[in-house]
Design a protein around this ligand. Sequence first.
Ligand SMILES: NC(=O)c1ccc[n+]([C@@H]2O[C@H](COP(=O)([O-])OP(=O)(O)OC[C@H]3O[C@@H](n4cnc5c(N)ncnc54)[C@H](O)[C@@H]3O)[C@@H](O)[C@H]2O)c1
Length: 293
Amino acid sequence: MQTVSDITAFITGGASGIGLGMARAFAAEGAKLALADLDETGLDEVKRELDAITEVITIPLDVRDREAMAGAADRAEAELGPVRLLCNNAGVGSGIGGMNLETMSYEHWDHTLSVNLGGVVNGVQTFVPRMVERGGPAHVVNTSSGSGLAVTGGAQFMYCASKYAVTGLSEAIVKLLKLHGIGLTLVSPGFVDTRIAETTRRLDPAEAAAEPMDPAYKEKLERFEKLFEPLGQDPDEVGRMVLDAIHNDQLYCQPDRLMAEPIRSRSEALLGAMPAETERDRKMAEAIEKARR
Ligand SMILES: NC(=O)c1ccc[n+]([C@@H]2O[C@H](COP(=O)([O-])OP(=O)(O)OC[C@H]3O[C@@H](n4cnc5c(N)ncnc54)[C@H](O)[C@@H]3O)[C@@H](O)[C@H]2O)c1
């Protein structure tokens, strides 16, 4: 998509952080915005800011709610015109309780997977058939994470499960979308200076049940947060990078190099775990090549 000028963009998690960074970048190029989020106060603030630049509507929405998502799509299209740019961006961490084998619960699993993966599924299922029916140009942006490409440490196991799924969904659907003139960008941020820790704590239904936190773990977490706090990337910069990726119809948008080494080691470990090539492998490769033609 060469420009987003005059098109309608629908952004989930648009009240804060990376979603807001995208909203600002798109608005600067003249896109109309439908911003959807659970955080109504945040939405009001953002509307006041962006109203001066472009047409903006805000929609209180829980991305897990399929009916509400369809209603939000209807409203956005009635008020701003067809949504040609969809950003499935709302997300949460797993919560402290969900990062330990001793405290994890189905509540943590359900929450992490239903927001981070379910929200993207609901966005795709709601908007893509409308885009296909109208034909391109159109574009989908899915926010995964560096944790959706490789694992560092192990505590983020629920978050990684949800984000790997977003990566897989996006990589698998991109070719089908292309047949209809619809592009897709998978954005996998590294470490961005947003409210994600606060959002995760605010929304985690099992947070209270996870207290009290093990003091040694709490201390480690605080040391970790202090060390990285000053290094967070500006979410507005990420927003501008996503816009560039849309202009260039790029599948991958990698805002930083944080995961370069883990991705390399993972790829090497996977390739290293494969047996030596056999006649069957060569025949299989030939069959795949023929099937592609
Ligand atoms: N901040 C980072 O370092 C980082 C790194 C990699 C990936 N990400 C991903 O980026 C995306 C945006 O996160 P962020 O860092 O900007 O955090 P953020 O907390 O600043 O913004 C996320 C927004 O999503 C909203 N949200 C959460 N659950 C929702 C739901 N069920 N329905 C609707 N809205 C909901 C929140 O209210 C919030 O406004 C997430 O998918 C996150 O996993 C962030």
